[in-house]
Design a protein. Sequence first.
Length: 323
Amino acid sequence: MRALSGIKPTGPLHLGNYFGAMKQHLELQAAHEGFYFIANYHSLTTVKDADYLRQLTRDVAIDYLTMGLDPQRVHLFRQSDVPEVTELTWILATVTGKGLLDRATTYKDFVAKEIVPNMGVYCYPLLMAADILIYRSDVVPVGKDQLQHIEFTQDMAGFFNQTFRPVFKRPEARLNNAPVVPGIDGQKMSKSYGNTIELIGDAKAVKKKIMSIKTDSTPVEDPKNPETCSVFALLKLLAEPEEIAEWEQRYRKGGTGYGTAKQRLFELYEQHFGCRRATRAQWAARPDDVEDILRSAGRRARAVAQELMAEVRDACGIVRATE
Ligand code: ADP
Ligand code: TRP
């Protein structure tokens, strides 16, 4: 069983990315062969600063290693170390109807917001399908928001197989049941809303953010609704079940202020993530080792991709001089 997933380096990783994506990737490493890549070509649709993109790419690798990704078990690599994905993107484009891409929710979101998307945004599902198909992936662990992309990938594999001959395996999504993690303003936590809590952030800055999580103005002594409270939603992700039950009671009973819950949330953050600051600093101080990990995994991934691409070219009649 080969599991594959990608994470876009478009900003510092946050708790939404951890609970929605990274946690599952780390859990799967024990049971599956893992291919996890840093989707830097994907980031180019929005990130237009070369130094920043280089830095974000490195930071995603450092964050994965810090949180326990084992490079002996899992291939952690850069998307761009396998340039064949861009070739496959083109080939998939030639068997895919434009109507399919018109239906992509990411593209439709841009249109709804009246932002004219670049062609990268429009073609994003093709590149994502190429990412998945090129490694003959069996399962793709993603959040619900990515399900449409996986369905498109299955469609595109079918279009190619029917047009030429069966080359691609049908990958399956593996949906996590992670809830949508709220940001400090109560909306979905997202880099684009500026409401994130960083995965391994500076203690002072994180504390300030946690203390500023938006709550309603129920007085301390009154009962509070845990279901509509972002602080409680975050506590639920970090605390043990008995403690969650206790907090639920305290909310419903009244007499506990949001400030107390926030204080506890910060402590839990420190236990889960803050405690890894030193490990992160150690990885950050070893850029050559990080580079070696990415490079050697990239080589292995590329070998798989090259073998698949030879079959794809043969199936559709593309001739290339042998290297
Ligand atoms: P962002 O919205 O910050 O740009 P991305 O779109 O890059 O995040 O998301 C990367 C992964 O993290 C996706 O698989 C997505 O499902 C997950 N993710 C992002 N934000 C959240 C959130 N608030 N709650 C749950 N999962 C999330
Ligand atoms: N589109 C995914 C996201 O926004 C990232 C991604 C790119 C991906 N290529 C992939 C995820 C291939 C799974 C498989 O989170």
